[in-house]
Design a protein. Structure first.
Length: 488
């Protein structure tokens, strides 16, 4: 058996260069931050690990490419580190391979000693209020994928022309991102990697008012201070906050005392409410921060198919007996807010594939430090051999990119613990085919995968197109063009 040494946070395998002379075949599903950090830690920690990363898109990097706002280029620098991981001689990238369609969970478990699911949260929580299907209502994720040039949403074309008012539901950092993109002068977006069609649409946008609606108060807003400061400081933006919403209860004071982030966020809202802002009357934009309101229903336009407003129920806060958190409770008092665009920013949701245990309530795969469990009922749960999770699928859709580093580290240390304890099949003699097996499956199913060199061709072309417009890159946004450029 191998001996493992912990050096600070580093886990190093000395004797496990291979599993009984064979490589440890590892497949990571999803090439976002959780997937790449897992691959990186796995390659470092285990000399015999051969790591394949599959992704349904022809492009790698998940949320860093499709989720991070275009005006946050510093957050995207991490792709340089991920590219070095992909270039490692024991690592391979397989883009354009859809997990659940082209390859099943059972295919991967038969082929690899270790399968780590890190495919994140590609769907949205639902509000479940009447009228949610009306035209003009989108999830923030869809809107983000649209302006970031995700090939599934390049034709979404949200209507930014027929209305001057948008309502963003939720007050987390994603809500702030979408509100900022709607309100920021487009001259400041021209030199970002925003999709060309989105920039054009924002230039023609008539939206001048954005309501950022939270069901709780300014003390509980889910955003962080840096992101809030950024939007409040947007050029030519007038911020509206009702003085009365800033009043705090003893329970609020307790929360503020115990949480530095909440304190800073609350201070920023208070400061903005009391600051007279300078703005240019010509193209003034307005941000209304609305608190203590929860959506009750969406109102249809006269013709009945598009949204014309949101009915909000006023709320007050009440301590929940179990979590001891202050939760929003409806007061039975309603008001209507007119608008022509709604972006629901109430959180992302992970979607299970066939055969994967899933805790529907929490929206995660039941796991113990990344090791997948057969059920979310702890008493009856057994370990799913060789199956692990990392990232949002493991802990829910929260945290910044760096959170995934610690999350991946934990999953990798669990995997190594299982290797050491002889819990993976290869130890008991049956050798898995690993990469060769995957190649065979893809060939049998006639799947044209995109290797990392294919992505490098896309990357080079995007950079070249971007250079002509003084942008870091001009994203290629259709499936056809991505695949044809990748092929060379
Ligand atoms: P989030 O931080 O969880 O915020 C969700 C928001 O939706 C909260 O305001 C929540 O209010 C509200 N909400 C949830 N269910 C609701 C309902 N039924 N009705 C009304 N409101 C509801 O999620 P997120 O904004 O999608 O962000 C996801 C993660 O990515 C976060 O950890 C975020 O910090 C991170 N992120 C970071 C950055 C950055 O660092 N720049 C950028 C984007 C995202 P309650 O608080 O009352 O539940």
């Amino acid at each position: 058996m191998g001996r493992f040494l912990f050096h600070g946070r580093k886990l190093i395998s000395r004797a496990f260069s291979t599993l009984n002379g064979n490589p440890l075949h590892v497949c990571v599903v999803g090439s976002g931050p959780a997937g790449f950090y897992t691959a990186e830690k796995m390659l470092k920690a285990h000399e015999g690990a051969e790591v394949d990363i599959i992704d349904r898109l022809p492009t790698p990097f998940g949320l860093v490419r499709s989720g991070v706002a275009p005006d946050h280029p510093e957050t995207k620098i991490v792709v340089n580190q991920f590219s070095r991981v992909a270039a490692h001689d024991r690592c391979a990238f397989f883009g354009n391979v859809s997990f659940g369609t082209n390859v099943s969970l059972s295919d991967l478990r038969k082929t690899y000693d270790v399968v780590v699911l890190a495919y994140g949260a590609e769907s949205d929580r639902s509000l479940s209020v009447p009228g949610e299907e009306l035209k003009g209502i989108h999830s923030a994720r869809e809107f983000v994928w649209w302006y970031n040039g995700h090939p599934d949403y390049c034709e979404m074309a949200p209507d930014l022309k027929s209305t001057d008012t948008a309502v963003v539901l939720g007050q987390g950092n994603v809500a702030l991102d979408v509100a900022r993109i709607l309100l920021r002068p487009t001259t400041e977006l021209e030199t970002t990697d925003i999709a060309d069609y989105a920039l054009q649409s924002l230039r023609e946008s008539n939206i001048r008012k954005v309501y950022l609606v939270g069901r709780r108060g300014p003390v509980q807003a889910a955003c962080t201070a840096k992101e809030l400061r950024e939007i409040l400081g947007t050029r030519n933006l007038r911020v509206h906050i009702q003085e009365a919403d800033l009043a705090t209860s003893p329970a609020d004071e307790e929360e503020l005392k115990n949480n530095r982030i909440q304190r800073r966020v609350y201070e920023l809202f208070s400061k903005a409410a009391n600051t007279i802002q300078e703005y240019d009357d010509n193209d003034q934009r307005n941000l209304h921060c609305v608190f203590f309101r929860k959506p009750d229903k969406f109102l249809p336009s006269e013709l009945g198919y598009s949204v014309s407003g949101v009915r909000l129920e006023k709320t007050h806060l009440k301590e929940n007996g179990v979590s001891r958190k202050q939760v929003a409770v409806g007061t039975g008092d309603f008001e209507d807010l007119k608008c022509g665009l709604v972006l629901k920013s109430i959180g992302y949701k992970s979607v299970p594939v066939d055969g994967l245990p899933f805790d529907k309530r929490k929206g995660i795969v039941p796991n113990e430090r990344g090791r997948v469990l057969s059920s979310d009922e702890t008493e009856n749960a057994t370990r799913e051999q060789g199956l692990y999770v990392a990232g949002w699928l493991k802990r829910g859709p929260t945290g910044i990119i760096a959170t995934n580093l610690y999350c991946a580290e934990e999953t990798v240390s669990t995997i190594l613990e299982d290797v050491r304890n002889g819990l993976l099949t290869s130890v008991s003699g049956s050798h898995k085919a690993g990469r060769q097996g995957l190649l065979q499956i893809l060939q049998d199913k006639n799947v044209q995968f995109v290797p990392f060199s294919g992505w490098e061709r896309i990357d080079a072309k995007e950079r070249m197109l971007g250079e002509l417009k003084n942008k870091p890159r001009e994203k290629i946004t259709t499936w056809n063009e991505l695949l044809s450029v990748a092929e060379g």
